[in-house]
Design a protein around this ligand. Structure first.
Ligand SMILES: CC1=C(CCC(=O)O)c2cc3nc(cc4[nH]c(cc5[nH]c(cc1n2)c(C)c5CCC(=O)O)c(CCC(=O)O)c4C)C(CCC(=O)O)=C3C
Ligand SMILES: [Fe+2]
Length: 387
C-alpha cells in the first residue's frame, strides 16, 4: 500500500512511467514521426531529415530500451508497488497501460514523466495524453485517478549525478586545456512562444534551465574555487522556419566560443535524461563535428540514465505526495515546482482552445476556453543569454 493522499482521496496504489517513445525498427520510423508531428506544422523536409537520422541508427531508437531499464530499476526500488509503463508516440502505448491499470483495479496512480523541465511538450502535453487516454477507456469502471509528480530539474537526485557527469566530462578533456573548460548547458529548443507560456507564470523553461546550470557550475568550480565560464544553448530546432524558436543553437554557440578564443568546451545535456536519438545525433554527431571543425576541444557529458539516486528520487517524490509535512528537496534555488499544475500551466502555444488535461487541476480537465495569452509578460530569460 502506498502513502495516504494529502487530499484524502485514498492511497496511491501504482506508478505509471510515461515516456516519449521511439521507433523499434525501420518500418516504424515514418509512422512514429507521423504520430509525433500530427497537427504540429512540422515541414516535410524536416520529417525526412529526422527519418534519415533514425535510419542511420538502423531505424531503431535507443529510447525504448532506456525506458525499459528505468522501468526495471523503478520496479526494484518501489516493490511491491506496481509500476506500469506507456509511451506517448509508440508501442507500448499509454492507452494500453491505462487499460491494464483499469483491469488490475488501480484506483489512484502517480505519473512520473522523465522530462527535466516544465514546458508544454514536456509537461502539459503528457497531461493531455493522459486525459485522452482516460477518455478512450471503456465505461466499465472508475479510474484510475491520476496525479503527476512534479518536474525534477531542481531535485538533488537529478542534480548530484549531473554534477558528477560534468566533472567526469572535464576530466576527459586534454590536460592542457582542462582548466579553461567552458560549460555549455543544452536543452531541447522549443518555439519561443511555448517558452514564454511555460510554467504557472510563464518563462519557466529557460528559468529552470538557467537555475540548474548555475547550481552545477557552482558545484564544479575550477582551480582555486573559480567558477568556470558557462552559458546555455539549445538543440533539435524543428517547426517552420518562420516560427521563432529558442536560440542559440548549440553548434552555432560552439563556433562563437571558438572564434572568441575558447579552447575547450563540455557540452552538458542537462535537458535530457538518457542518451537517446537527439543526444546521439544533435550532440555526439553534429555538435562535436562543429567543434572539431572550429578547432576547439569538446566532450559531451553523460546523462543521468537509470542511476540509483535518480531512481530513489522517484520514490521520494511519491512519498511527498502522501505527506504534506515532508520537506520538498530542491537544489537549484528556485524552490520546488508546484506539485499540482495550476490551471493553464504550460499552455499549448499552437492551439486556440485548451485540450482537456488530466492529473492537474479540475479546471484543466474541462479543457474549454481560450488559452491565456501571456506573450509580453515574463519574456525575460526567453531568448539568447546575455553575451
Ligand atoms: C522539450 C522537448 C523535449 C525534452 C523533454 C522530454 O524529454 O520529454 C523533447 C524530447 C524528445 N523529442 C524526441 C523526438 C522528437 N521530437 C520531435 C519534435 C519536437 N520536440 C519538441 C520538444 C521536445 N522534445 C518540439 C516542440 C517538437 C516539434 C513538434 C511539436 O511541437 O511537438 C520530433 C519530430 C521531428 C522533429 O521535428 O525534430 C521527434 C522525432 C525524443 C525521442 C528521441 C528518440 O527517439 O530517441 C525525445 C526524448
Ligand atoms: Fe522532441
Amino acid at each position: 500500500m502506498g502513502p495516504a493522499s494529502p487530499s484524502g482521496n485514498g492511497a496511491i496504489d501504482a506508478l505509471l512511467l510515461l515516456t516519449f517513445g521511439g521507433p523499434d525498427g525501420p518500418d516504424d520510423v515514418l509512422p512514429f514521426l507521423r504520430n509525433v508531428t500530427r497537427g504540429r506544422g512540422v515541414p516535410e523536409a524536416r520529417i525526412a531529415q529526422v527519418a534519415e537520422h533514425y535510419h542511420r541508427l538502423g531505424g531503431r531508437s535507443p529510447i525504448n530500451d532506456q525506458s525499459r531499464e528505468l522501468l526495471a530499476a523503478l520496479r526494484a526500488e518501489l516493490a511491491p508497488l506496481p509500476v506500469y509503463w506507456g509511451n506517448r508516440n509508440w508501442e507500448p502505448y499509454l492507452g494500453a497501460a491505462l487499460a491494464e491499470m483499469r483491469a488490475d483495479g488501480v484506483r489512484r496512480a502517480a505519473v512520473f514523466v522523465p522530462s527535466v523541465f516544465a514546458t508544454y511538450s514536456a509537461c502539459r502535453q503528457y497531461r493531455e495524453n493522459l486525459a485522452a487516454g482516460l477518455a478512450a477507456l471503456p465505461a466499465d469502471g472508475p479510474g484510475p485517478e491520476l496525479v503527476k509528480l512534479r518536474v525534477f530539474f531542481d531535485h538533488p537526485g537529478f542534480v548530484e549525478p549531473m554534477v558528477e557527469r560534468v566533472a567526469a566530462g572535464i576530466e576527459r578533456l586534454p590536460a592542457a586545456v582542462r582548466d579553461e573548460a567552458h560549460l555549455l548547458f543544452v536543452a531541447h529548443s522549443v518555439p519561443r512562444r511555448q517558452a514564454v507560456e511555460s510554467g504557472p507564470d510563464g518563462g519557466a523553461y529557460p528559468a529552470q534551465l538557467a537555475a540548474v546550470s548555475r547550481a552545477i557550475v557552482a558545484a564544479v568550480a575550477g582551480p582555486g574555487g573559480r567558477e568556470r565560464p558557462w552559458d546555455v544553448a539549445y538543440c533539435s530546432r524543428s517547426g517552420p522556419p518562420t516560427v521563432p524558436w529558442l536560440e542559440p543553437d548549440v553548434g552555432d554557440r560552439i563556433e562563437q566560443l571558438a572564434a572568441a578564443g575558447a579552447r575547450a568546451v563540455v557540452i552538458v545535456p542537462v535537458g535530457f535524461v538518457s542518451d537517446h536519438m537527439e543526444v546521439i545525433q544533435d550532440l555526439d554527431r553534429d555538435a562535436l563535428a562543429r567543434a572539431e571543425k572550429a578547432g576547439i576541444s569538446a566532450v559531451r557529458a553523460g546523462t543521468v540514465g537509470a542511476e540509483p539516486r535518480f531512481v530513489r528520487m522517484v520514490a521520494e517524490l511519491l512519498a511527498e505526495r502522501g505527506d504534506p509535512d515532508r520537506p520538498r528537496r530542491s537544489w537549484a534555488g528556485l524552490g520546488p515546482f508546484p506539485e499540482v499544475c495550476p490551471t493553464d500551466c504550460c499552455s499549448a502555444p499552437t492551439v486556440e482552445d485548451r485540450a482537456p488535461a488530466a492529473a492537474g487541476t479540475p479546471a484543466d480537465a474541462r479543457g474549454r476556453g481560450r488559452l491565456l495569452a501571456r506573450a509580453g509578460a515574463p519574456a525575460a530569460g526567453v531568448g539568447p543569454p546575455p553575451a
